[in-house]
Design a protein around this ligand. Structure first.
Ligand SMILES: [Zn+2]
Length: 174
């Protein structure tokens, strides 16, 4: 039997190989085929909907992390990869623009998550936070921040009253 070599790289491959490529090159070729890649991603999305699949993958990831987290070669690989990604990011104005565009509305999304229990039309009223007189958030602060305004308790009660809130409304039944 003569050894066969991958058509795309110098790796030796099995004589039974049908595609004529090593596994890595076969995968790369498959990823470059848009229709095939779309099918692969669709199947992956479907698999991710199954809780058992997610649990299995999560356990695998944790085990892999545990096994190599203290390996200096792996740590160096991660650092090196981080440097590569950073350099590519700094060299690409398009990537920086994409990141800027993606961060628009993050504040609103976070707020929608935290106030998910609250009807959307009332969220403005609930987004009032305790703070210091200078507006710095402080859970024990004696002042209140509403958007960019800092108010003491008198001002915030007056504002609510101006908008129709009645402090004794809880007394009235039905
Ligand atoms: Zn190859």
């Amino acid at each position: 039997m003569t050894a066969r070599v991958c058509s795309d790289c110098p790796a030796t491959i099995s004589v039974q190989s049908k595609g004529g490529r090593c596994r890595a090159c076969a995968n790369r070729a498959a990823r470059n085929d848009p229709a095939r890649e779309a099918r692969r991603l669709a199947a992956l999305r479907l698999a991710h909907q199954r809780p058992e699949y997610r649990a299995k993958k999560s356990a695998e990831n944790k085990a892999r992390h545990q096994a190599r987290k203290d390996d200096p070669a792996w740590q160096e690989y991660l650092r090196e990869q981080g440097r590569r990604v950073q350099a590519a990011y700094r060299a690409s104005p398009e990537a920086q623009e994409r990141r800027k565009a993606a961060s628009v509305g993050v504040g609103q999304k976070l707020r929608a998550q935290r106030l998910a229990w609250c009807p959307a039309e009332l969220r403005d009223e609930y987004a009032v936070l305790r703070c210091d007189p200078d507006g710095r958030l402080n859970p024990r602060g004696r002042y209140w921040r509403r958007g960019s305004a800092t108010m003491d308790s008198v001002a915030i009660v007056k504002r609510a009253a101006d908008r129709g809130w009645q402090p004794d409304s809880w007394r009235r039944v039905g």
